[in-house]
Design a protein around this ligand. Sequence first.
Ligand code: TYD
Ligand code: MG
Length: 450
Amino acid sequence: MRNKTTYACQACGHQSARWLGRCPGCGEWNTLLEERAEKPAKSVRGISGSGPVPVTDVIITQEERYSTGLTELDRVLGGGLVPGSLVLVGGDPGIGKSTLLLQAAAALAARIGKVLYVSGEESAQQIKMRAERIGALQGELLLMAETDMSLVEKVIKESKPRAVILDSIQTVYYPEVSSAPGSVSQVRECTGILMRIAKGTGIPVFVVGHVTKEGTLAGPRVLEHMVDTVLYFEGERHQAHRILRTVKNRFGSTNELGIFEMRGQGLTEVINPSELFMNQKPEAVAGSAIIPSLEGSRPLLVEIQALVCPTGFGTPRRMTSGIDYNRVALIMAVLERRVGLRLSTHDAYVSAVGGVKLDEPAADLAVALAIASSFKEKPLQNNLVLVGEVGLTGEIRPVSGMDKRLHEAAKLGFKHCIGPAREQQMQKMGIIEYIGVQSIQEAVEAAIGR
Ligand code: TYD
Ligand code: MG
């Protein structure tokens, strides 16, 4: 058979017989790259091999989970590492993925035995140097610097480790696939092999993937579909703390958070993260509001800061960090219309302190009050937290997990909470003064006064 060329979209994996400027699969421009067509990949075979079985007869091996020695990582995985699972750890280069997994590998090795750490990015010496720094020198931790996936597969089959770490999927290649490492077909093939290993032998596998926010690097989305769990490791490079977030998890809830701090000796777990995301300020200042947010099962107090000032020239500027831009625009429009603040002639900068990303609507009220407070140049009442979703008519809608949020706030010494009127029963808990409000006007009056 003649070797045919095909074109594969590097974003979604769509294949086409000729080059197209725009991918018909995902609509992205200029993502199609030439790839040599291969024989149908071997790894496309099923994961079990046997025929259909009645659901009642499926034998479940005792669902045991391994602890990775890092409670933050365990929680994000849904309570530990499930045998036979394939976990993708994505994140920007330099954020600390290799460090995190090396630490986990050493701790796992100490608990369950042989762990194989395969790196296509660093030599064994480099990894050892890092291991010395972070105290991960463990006899059961095996290092292998290799990029040939067929060799990696062979070694795994022969040495039968209890867990495997592959750093990173973009650097390995399968010799039978002709395209370059990191291309969609290589990523798909190599992930397929790892999948087969994990499902076939019960060895849990961690894979590192460099994934930029734009998803421009090859194959990330293909990868996400294939694996059981997707974790993102994120944070501001110039700040010490890092957030590990679940994006997909077949063995637990998504939107869990794990918080770490990058130190000289590697990553340490942050026991009381709420303190990290609040600016330790001596007295109340205008433009700051605090939300007990709930990402996954864990409450986290986050400070929102806003700066509103008259526009000097031209169109007003709006800038956000850690909060959705459009959400802020909407809240500002509601404030303008329902509370009468003349925000359309003002620039506004809104950010969540500490590089945390808030995407739950419960943060709306705190965002609104931070903006209103800065606009009026009046600080909010002391020891106050704010929770609630803001609707287009200015109504404050209830949000989930109110009791958890209030307990966390009370634990950190907050005395008052302004939230949706529908949750007024929270007052009965007696841990915090609960002020229920129906609308954004009421909230502004309660928090700042007129
Ligand atoms: P690394 O794990 O190599 O990131 P990734 O694998 O995601 O590319 O970590 C990179 C950064 O972490 C590097 O800039 C140095 C820093 N670092 C520390 O601050 N302390 C440490 O103990 C280690 C190992 C790394
Ligand atoms: Mg690395």
